[in-house]
Design a protein around this ligand. Structure first.
Ligand code: AMP
Ligand code: MG
Length: 400
């Protein structure tokens, strides 16, 4: 059985062979997309020298008293020529009259009719409160780098550069197929030994959450013929990843591995030294230029979601060069029992107290306990060689 680190390296090696497709999208629809082009500033930002404050624009001199000869407001520039003792009322963001070089904030003056006096304690220096043209970025310089994830602040820069449409990497198409005789649609009430097929929904949400395209293939019975047909049909689809759940362990009806092989999927690994989620299968299907990564996740609802968080999500972040900060170091609030040499991903609840991250670990670690998992906000990583970590120890926590 391979280790977690070995497994993630194998997935990374395969995922980087996927070909990048790009598309143009409206800036308004680009949130969380990864930019596929460098965006160059087509103008200086800001485009003109302007005032950083509501105040008075003056030509700097050591005087204390000025005459107010007019005003400019944002978007209503007027080319007032200032003489030595002239001042112009100016609002934040307004273009500076060409002869002005300094803005005195409104709070720093006492106005008397058409004149004002500088307050004695005002900090007054040449050039203050001016935002110079091009100070944010100069025309023809790169404003946003390729592979940047578009968030609200990036969207603001793209908008300021006039990018109504942006070239982004296409979302990965990821199909989800459940397997199991025990499964029923969630609209039905379980009787006897049946249960609702929740994995399709958790994985669908997990894929949507990272801004890729989930395709729900539903679920099928543990019937070799039916599963075979469905795997073949899925591999014929235009998808980047096929994620199945169930049937990948060592039970009598766990024949997914065998059917993947039959369908032409090349196995890269099966079973990883982790808990939960040990039975994970990973393979690659290639046909002509098409490449599909195949993940066979265990049916256990907690295991399959943990597998998604610790294998699939980080591999996609790696593919799109996203160095996300989603791991925090926290102090354990509770002892954790861990006797084996597997890497554990235990459910935990991370919180801040007096400037420190702490993590509660009193969660049921049963891989069937979905409700417990839904109340957790992180996975506590306990390395292979670590035995029984105790309260107060530092642990890595993957935010989920
Ligand atoms: P398996 O990996 O096929 O042995 O499945 C292990 C257990 O996971 C099953 O006995 C079910 O209790 C549960 N399970 C399997 N598939 C699903 C699913 N799609 N949704 C929810 N639970 C599932
Ligand atoms: Mg099963």
């Amino acid at each position: 059985m391979i280790s977690y680190n070995e497994a993630i390296e194998i997935i990374k090696t395969e995922i980087r062979k996927l070909t990048f497709q790009t598309e143009e999208v409206n800036l308004l629809n680009s949130l969380n997309c990864i930019l596929a082009e460098d965006v160059i500033a087509d103008v200086d930002l800001p485009p003109f020298d302007n005032s950083a404050m509501d105040g008075y624009a003056v030509k700097y001199s050591e005087r204390k008293k000025w005459n107010i000869i007019g005003e400019v407001s944002a978007g209503n520039y007027s080319s007032i020529k200032l003489l030595e003792n002239d001042a112009v009322l100016i609002t934040t963001g307004s273009k500076l009259p060409t002869s002005a070089d300094t803005v005195i904030p409104i709070e720093d003056v006492d106005v008397e009719g058409k004149q004002f006096l500088l307050k004695p304690d005002a900090a007054f220096k040449k050039g203050i409160n001016i935002r110079a043209k091009g100070n944010d970025i100069q025309k023809r310089k790169t404003a946003v780098d390729r592979m940047t994830k578009i968030n609200p602040q990036v969207a603001a820069v793209l908008a300021s550069c006039g990018k109504e449409k942006v070239k982004v990497n296409c979302k990965l198409k990821m199909a989800v197929l459940g397997t199991g005789d025990e499964l029923i649609p969630i609209a039905q009430k379980p009787t006897e030994d049946k249960l609702r097929a929740s994995n399709n929904y958790s994985l669908y949400a997990a894929i949507a959450e990272i801004n890729h395209l989930p395709i729900n293939l539903g679920f099928v019975k543990d019937d070799k013929k039916i599963v075979r047909q469905n795997i073949k049909a899925a591999l014929e689809m235009d998808i980047d990843m096929l994620i199945t759940t169930g049937g990948v362990s060592v039970g009598k009806y766990d024949f997914l591995k065998e059917l993947f092989k039959e369908a032409g999927v090349k196995e890269k690994f099966w079973r990883v030294n982790i808990k939960p989620g040990k039975p994970i299968y990973f393979g690659v299907y290639e046909k002509e230029k098409k490449r599909t990564l195949v993940f066979g996740l265990p049916g256990n609802p907690v295991s399959c979601l943990v597998n998604f968080y610790v294998f699939i999500k980080p591999a996609i972040d790696y593919l799109y060069q996203q160095n996300k900060i989603n791991i925090l170091t926290a102090l354990l609030d509770d002892d954790i029992k861990k006797k084996d040499n597997k890497r554990h991903f235990s459910r935990g609840y991370i919180y801040e107290e007096n400037g420190e991250w702490k993590v509660k670990a009193k969660f049921s670690q049963s891989s069937g306990n979905l409700v417990e998992m839904s109340r957790a906000n992180c996975l506590i990583v306990i390395d292979e060689e670590k035995i029984n970590p105790v309260k107060g120890e530092k642990v890595k926590c993957i935010l989920i």
